[in-house]
Design a protein around this ligand. Sequence first.
Ligand code: SF4
Ligand code: SF4
Length: 357
Amino acid sequence: MSKVYFVKASAKDSLETIHNKIYSLYLQAGFDNIFSLEDLIAIKIHFGEKGNTTHIPANYFNKVINQLIKKGTKPFFTDTCVLYKSNRSDAVNHLLLADKHGFAIEKTGAPVIIADGLRGSNEIEVEIKGELFDKVSIATEAVSANGMIVASHITGHIACGVGGAIKNLGMGLASRKGKLRQHSSVKPWIDVAKCTGCGECIYWCPENAIFMNGDIGAINEKICVGCGECLTVCHFGAVQYNWKTSSSDLQKRMAEHALGAIMNKKDKVCYFNFLINITADCDCFDIVQKPVIKDIGIIASNDPVAIDKASIDLIEQHGGKSLANLSYPSLDPMIQLRHGEKIGLGKLDYELINISK
Ligand code: SF4
Ligand code: SF4
């Protein structure tokens, strides 16, 4: 049975109170003992899409970061580029947005490094013993880091019911190719009505799979490896993609990518889930969202399956309804949790240890 540590908390708590609560969890859960001198520690977090106000605030980890630096480790914040057109689809815009949301070294004590490079293609193929994959594409710097702190804002999610630790690892640390593999098993194609024939995608395609068919681009499906480079470089939204992988397929693929993201450092990963400002949609939405339930607290564990299960249970206990019911009732977030347990990502059984005073 995995241990999950809980402390009551609210977005209305003072910053000092939040610092002390996160630090208490860090100590009680034994996280201070898992990192060693000189370790490069990735703090995986979502910086929040432009306009999002409910993401985890940049300065919540200041006290933990101070301690990590005192211990001689090297913490840094990280995330990866997204697949769709957004302020987070390349590293430059992503860094500028992170800075705007307070993730500046002078405010947090840690630099920001985008884990999958300028355009999301820096990746390492990690071997796993999954059911669907025997290797998954993970952002290079996530694999290179010696340890990881996975900070997840619990929200509803349009594709997997609940956005938590498994989503943060699996989708959040996959390279663009890894993300595409989760979303779809088919290759992209070019919408002739939108294509201007600019040729940008031809220049960037690593496989030379794109050619001019008259005045417009076309993809040779036999050569295309589904890396998604063309999706990012097309300025006209002409590269189309089938996002409609059934949600249960996506959830299982996500759990397998989550396993790949921690494969080489399982004993050096710790998780914090924030049950604060819980919204129906995730922090990728560029709108101000209202919480669907009162703030509950912060939990910590060394098990991504257990911490997500505890998050789901705590919301149901406090809100009288599941988070799926409060957001996307047709989705079952237990799919990624059960699959995670099946492939050795973690355990569903947990003991909740309340450290609230
Ligand atoms: S980059 Fe976009 S608009 Fe340009 S050729 Fe490729 S698909 Fe067409
Ligand atoms: S997905 Fe990658 S390999 Fe396929 S056409 Fe686009 S850039 Fe080329």
